[in-house]
Design a binder for this molecule. Structure first.
Ligand SMILES: CC[C@@H](C(=O)O)C(=O)SCCNC(=O)CCNC(=O)[C@H](O)C(C)(C)COP(=O)(O)OP(=O)(O)OC[C@H]1O[C@@H](n2cnc3c(N)ncnc32)[C@H](O)[C@@H]1OP(=O)(O)O
Length: 254
C-alpha cells in the first residue's frame, strides 16, 4: 500500500504517503488514498486531518514522473491533472482543520498538496519549491490558484515564477509556513492544534464555512480547473517531455 490512514486517539486523522524510496511521489494509488482520507475525515469522530510523508527525506516530491511521463497528450494529461485538482479542491474545502506536516522536501505537486491544507508545519531545513516552471509546466493541480489564497500576491507570484527551492525558514517569513519545528511528527501537529482541539467541532466547521463561502463567491473551483487546463496545454509540449527526460535520464546515469 502506498499510503497509510490512521485515526489517532486525539481525534486527528493521519494520511501518510508511504513511498519514501520515491520521495513520496504521488501516483494514482496515492491520489485515491488522499480522497479516501478526505472522505473518512468527514466523520464526527475526526477533529482534523493531517497530511504527511514517510521517512526523514521528503514530504512529497510531486507527481511520480516515471508514471506520469507516459501521459503525452493533452487529453491524457487532463485526465490525471483534473483528478488531482478535484481532490485538492476537496481537501481545501474540507470543513475541518487540515495540516500539512512537512517532514522533508516538498517540491512540485508536493507544495500544491501543502498549499491545499489550512496550515503548514515544516521541519527546520526542509526544502520546498514550486519547481514546475523548471519542467516547462505550471502548477497543474490547482495549487497555484490556492497559493494566491494563502499568501500575499507578490510573494505567491515570486514563488511560482522563480521555480526555485527555499528552506522552510525562508517561507516562514512570508507566511507560507506557519511553524518551523525541529521534528515534524504527530505530536507537533497535536500541539499546533491544541487549542482548536478543545473547541467544539461544529464551531471550527462554522468558521471554515466562512472561508468556503468566500471561495464559492470567488469561484475557486472554476479558477483551479482553469489552471489545470492551462497546465494541460504546456504538458503536451516537447519542452516539458524533454525536461522530464532529463530528470529521468539523470537518474539512470547515477
Ligand atoms: C506531475 C504533477 C506536477 C504538478 O502539477 O505539480 C508536478 O508535481 S511536477 C514536479 C515533479 N517533481 C519533481 O520534479 C521533483 C523530482 N525530485 C527531486 O527533485 C528530488 O528527488 C527531491 C525531491 C528534491 C529529493 O532529492 P533527493 O533526496 O536527493 O532524492 P533523489 O533525487 O535521489 O530521489 C530518490 C529516488 O526517488 C525518485 N524520485 C524522486 N522524486 C520523484 C518523482 N517526482 N517522480 C518519480 N521518482 C522520483 C528518484 O528518481 C530516485 O529514484 P532511484 O534513482 O530509483 O533511487
Amino acid at each position: 500500500m502506498d499510503y497509510h490512514i490512521e485515526r489517532l486517539p486525539s481525534g486527528l486523522l493521519l494520511f501518510k504517503i508511504t513511498r519514501a524510496e520515491k520521495r513520496n511521489a504521488v501516483n494514482f494509488e496515492v491520489m485515491e488514498g488522499l480522497q479516501k482520507a478526505i472522505d473518512r475525515a468527514q466523520s464526527t469522530d475526526v477533529r482534523a486531518l493531517v497530511v504527511t510523508g514517510e521517512g526523514e527525506q521528503a514530504f512529497c516530491s510531486g507527481g511520480d514522473l516515471s508514471v506520469f511521463h507516459a501521459l503525452r497528450t493533452e487529453e491524457e494529461a487532463y485526465s490525471m491533472l483534473s483528478k488531482m485538482g478535484e481532490i485538492l479542491y476537496n481537501l481545501a474545502v474540507l470543513p475541518k482543520p487540515t495540516i500539512a506536516l512537512i517532514n522533508g522536501a516538498a517540491v512540485g505537486g508536493g507544495c500544491e498538496i501543502a498549499t491545499a491544507c489550512d496550515f503548514r508545519i515544516a521541519k527546520i531545513g526542509a526544502k520546498l519549491g514550486f519547481i514546475q516552471g523548471s519542467l516547462a509546466i505550471t502548477t497543474g493541480w490547482g495549487g497555484g490558484t490556492l497559493l494566491f489564497e494563502r499568501i500575499q500576491a507578490p510573494h505567491a507570484l515570486k514563488l511560482l515564477s522563480e521555480a526555485s527551492i527555499y528552506r522552510a525558514e525562508q517561507l516562514d517569513q512570508i507566511g507560507f509556513i506557519n511553524q518551523v519545528v525541529d521534528e515534524a511528527n504527530e505530536a507537533e501537529a497535536e500541539q499546533f492544534l491544541e487549542k482548536e482541539l478543545s473547541i467544539q467541532s461544529e464551531v471550527l466547521s462554522a468558521y471554515k464555512q466562512i472561508q468556503i463561502r468566500m471561495w464559492e463567491v470567488s469561484r475557486l473551483h472554476e479558477r483551479m480547473m482553469q489552471e489545470v487546463r492551462e497546465c494541460t496545454v504546456l504538458w503536451a509540449k516537447d519542452e516539458h517531455h524533454q525536461a522530464v527526460d532529463t530528470f529521468l535520464n539523470g537518474k539512470n546515469n547515477h
